[in-house]
Design a binder for this molecule. Sequence first.
Ligand code: LIP
Length: 276
Amino acid sequence: MDIIALCTPLKELVMQAGKALPLSRAAYTANTLEIDDKAGKANYVTQYDKQTQDFLLAGCKKLVPDAVLIGEESFGTGERLPDAAEFARSFVIDPIDGTTNFIRDFRHSCISLAYLENGVGKIGVIYNPWQDECFFAVRDHGAFVVQSGQPAVRLHTASTPLSHCLLEFGSSPYYPDLQKKTFSILQGLFPLVADIRRSGSAALDLAYVAAGRADAFFEMRLSPWDYAAGQLLVEEAGGRATRLSGEPLLYDRACSVLACSNRLYPILLEKTNLLA
Ligand code: LIP
């Protein structure tokens, strides 16, 4: 597969889906937001998550007919997933990452789509329609961001010393049993860094690490659709994204995520494991 050639139509597909979303409460209240509860605390899905996923899956099928399609809204929370590593070609898709933010008109959510070959990310696209910012990466060809039709800008992770770091984290709200560990790590790291941020969109958190807007991100449990595109962005921008144990991210089930620059990685890997 010519992944450079495939990246452009995938970006166009994701941006078309993003531009179709209602970007303010006024817009979607008019269409009455339908919110369904999924398994797990604070785990919601709207008709826009489902419609966006249907649109993206149909578009991916046209572009790569033999690819296996793995979309968030096709699976239950914590369910075992088809392992992308077993397929020559697959797409891993989060139709709206940051669904709670979307429901609350927080205006910080995105569409995250990754194309993988034998379980290895080859193309990642993360689009935030509220900022009209599209982050994308092609394996071995770099990570970029394009905003409102401007020329693409190359992304590089920041080289911030630990004491000046901006640390993003996720609170794994769907898994209350992980709260103690999450805040134990946070309590241990907070005095060592400049400050913390919790945005509500893991995919955008990873894109921001790749862009150098933040220096590190961790979350105790996420699903492959939350991190598939962001992992490639971080790696192509000069960083690492693994489980908190240092093992590779999983693509057949949920796992923890630690992402940061190559420089910070050994330091944060050691400290988070001491604190967990
Ligand atoms: C969300 C992530 C967030 C995490 C939530 C949820 P969703 O993705 O972006 O970081 O804390 O538990 O996984 O469910 O909005 O696509």
